[in-house]
Design a protein around this ligand. Structure first.
Ligand code: PBG
Length: 315
């Protein structure tokens, strides 16, 4: 076996898995104001930025050949009704318009969820202390439509309510957006690895957790059912999230479903590597590329990752 490992040129010739920046999506956090850039402590190199700076960053992202961005919003105010999520003049809606004006051909995906916009931090409408599934669908459909109207190329529901893909598809179709694709966070697990994101997006639930709607980390067959349901409701692409602790789920999904498959290397996966790097325990470039290669090898062709820019620079 060692004959084919004798030099980098030889190894390159027989390499089975290739990474391409065109398959990376970079997550961005948009906040109000102008010229605002607030570093996120737990995610070195990432920050909350106002629309003007987001637009500049998008120009850089495009020049690196990265596939696109996914936007998360930090609204001026939060309320019980998640009004900021579906406000046509909301923070994400403003950012989409600005990016589409200045960096036209960069693909803009929006995360469709309510947790960044509710005062209680849950992903939907609370009724008797529980997230009400069907009432939440209306907010999600309204948000997705407002994103499409602002110019989003793809909408990506991440809330894990039942029936949300169908509700969004119906709303988009009825309003002239039948060509806007849906990337469903189809198999999204109730994961401890979202910790740093909740600081980044200020979206930690004020009480309880998300286990009533996100999936139990122990379940693989159920993940396949979630994906099947989302595809049945009209999802164009599917996502598994987190990525590295769920490579088996990515592989299973790749073998069963013939649609584009995305995986989200989430905040905790990123921060964990960066913390070890800062301690001198891991080599940054090496571990970054290895983690992305592993996710790609498992079967994801699209990778949402906070490493997108750094990895693209190396490629
Ligand atoms: C919104 C959402 C979350 C993430 C993406 N969309 C957080 C959550 O479900 O609590 C996590 C992304 C990351 O950790 O990088 N619901």
């Amino acid at each position: 076996m060692r004959r084919l490992r004798s030099s980098e040129s030889m190894r390159r010739l027989v390499r089975e898995t290739q990474l391409d920046p065109a398959g990376f999506i970079f997550p961005l956090f948009v906040c109000p104001g102008e010229g605002v850039k607030r570093d996120i402590n737990s995610m070195p190199g990432n920050s909350q930025q106002s629309v003007d700076l987001i637009v500049k960053e998008c120009a850089e992202i495009r020049s690196l050949g990265i596939g696109g961005v996914i936007l998360f919003g930090l609204p001026v105010t939060k309320d019980e009704m998640a009004s900021g999520a579906y406000d046509p003049k909301g923070i994400v809606q403003q950012a989409i318009r600005a990016i589409k004006r200045e960096v036209r051909d960069l693909l803009v995906i929006t995360d469709v969820c309510n947790c960044e916009y509710t005062s209680h931090g849950h992903c939907g409408k609370l009724v008797d202390g529980e997230v009400d599934n069907d009432a939440t669908l209306e907010w999600l459909a309204a948000s997705a439509l407002s994103h499409a109207q602002a110019g989003a190329d793809i909408v990506a529901p991440s809330d894990m309510m039942d029936g949300r893909v169908a509700a969004i598809r119906r709303k988009l179709d009825a309003n002239g957006f039948s060509s806007t694709p849906i990337l469903a966070y189809a198999a999204k697990f109730a994961s401890g690895f979202y910790g740093p994101f909740r600081e980044a997006a200020d979206s930690a639930p004020q009480f309880g957790d998300r286990r009533g709607y996100q999936m139990d980390p122990a379940n693989a067959r159920e993940a396949m059912r979630e994906i099947e349901l989302d595809l049945g409701e009209g999802a164009d692409m599917i996502m598994v999230k987190p990525a590295m602790p769920y490579l088996d789920i990515i592989r299973m999904a790749r073998e069963r479903f013939d649609v584009p498959l995305a995986a989200y290397q989430v905040s905790g996966e990123f921060s964990m590597i960066m913390a070890a790097v800062q301690n001198g325990w891991l080599e940054r470039e090496r571990v970054m590329m290895e983690s992305l290669t592993a996710i790609r090898r498992a079967g994801a062709s699209i990778i949402l990752t906070y490493f997108a820019k750094d990895a693209a620079r190396l490629m």
